[in-house]
Write a protein that binds this ligand. Structure first.
Ligand code: FE2
Ligand code: FE2
Length: 236
């Protein structure tokens, strides 16, 4: 699969579209490229952690029976995890994540997006891959219903892309759209809508790893906005 060629197709299909009145034109393309990279990075991190933990336990200075038990249990759990991640096709994961919101703005966008991606990629990827990509796109927002690791990775990557520096960008973008001063960006961030969205995300992330990434991104936001607040009040 030629990812560069597929990226050119994704750009052509999505870059000129304004899928949401409160989002910039082309957002779905750039959001898609980030979600694709985050999904692959989560996958790499899961594989690395599982291998690393088994190796570390093997070298621990523990009574041999205890160490063997721990290694066995970890290999079993790691094997389950590795089994679920090693069967993932990285190409279809990447392409499905890239196109996951191609139908945004036309509801149900997951269903419509799956059809649009099939049309855009027909003859570029195999029929089997097309099937898999369509299924992943259909599942990207059915949180709590995903059953495969690939579905979980795309669902989590999609949520994570709304936090950290992206959240800072969105606060100011929304404020400027409604011609509000910077001070009101802080109000938006403290709004019930935003708090509800964060609660929803915390509840619906599939992986512990994603939850840790979310908290790291939130810590960055807190630090940025507390400095912003200091400067808004004219402090040095
Ligand atoms: Fe979506
Ligand atoms: Fe999305």
């Amino acid at each position: 699969m030629n990812r560069n060629h597929i990226d050119t197709i994704a750009r052509r299909v999505m870059i000129g579209r304004k899928a949401h009145s409160k989002r910039e034109t082309g957002y779905i393309y750039y959001h898609g490229t980030r979600v694709a990279r985050i999904a692959l990075e989560l996958l790499d991190s899961l594989q690395f952690r599982s291998h690393w933990l088994c190796r570390w336990l093997c070298n621990l200075a523990l009574p041999s029976r205890l160490r063997n038990c721990l290694v066995k249990a970890t290999c079993f759990a790691g094997g389950l995890l590795l089994g679920s991640v090693s069967t993932i096709n990285r190409d279809t994961l990447f392409v499905a994540a890239l196109f996951h919101d191609v139908g945004k703005g036309m509801e149900p966008h997951a269903e419509i997006g799956a059809t649009m991606a099939r049309e855009a990629l027909k003859g570029i990827v195999s029929d089997h891959e097309l099937e898999e990509i369509g299924s992943l796109i259909r599942m990207h927002n059915r949180r709590g219903q995903g059953s495969t690791m690939a579905e979980h990775l795309i669902q989590d990557a999609d949520l994570l892309d709304h936090f950290g520096s992206q959240s800072v960008w969105l606060c100011f973008y929304y404020s400027s759209l409604s011609d509000k001063p910077g001070e009101e960006a802080l109000e938006y961030r403290r709004s019930t809508d935003m708090k509800g969205y964060l609660e929803y995300c915390r509840k619906n992330l599939n992986l512990d790893l994603s939850r840790r990434v979310l908290e790291r991104r939130l810590a960055f936001e807190d630090s940025f906005f507390s400095q912003f607040k200091r400067e808004l009040s004219g402090r040095l």
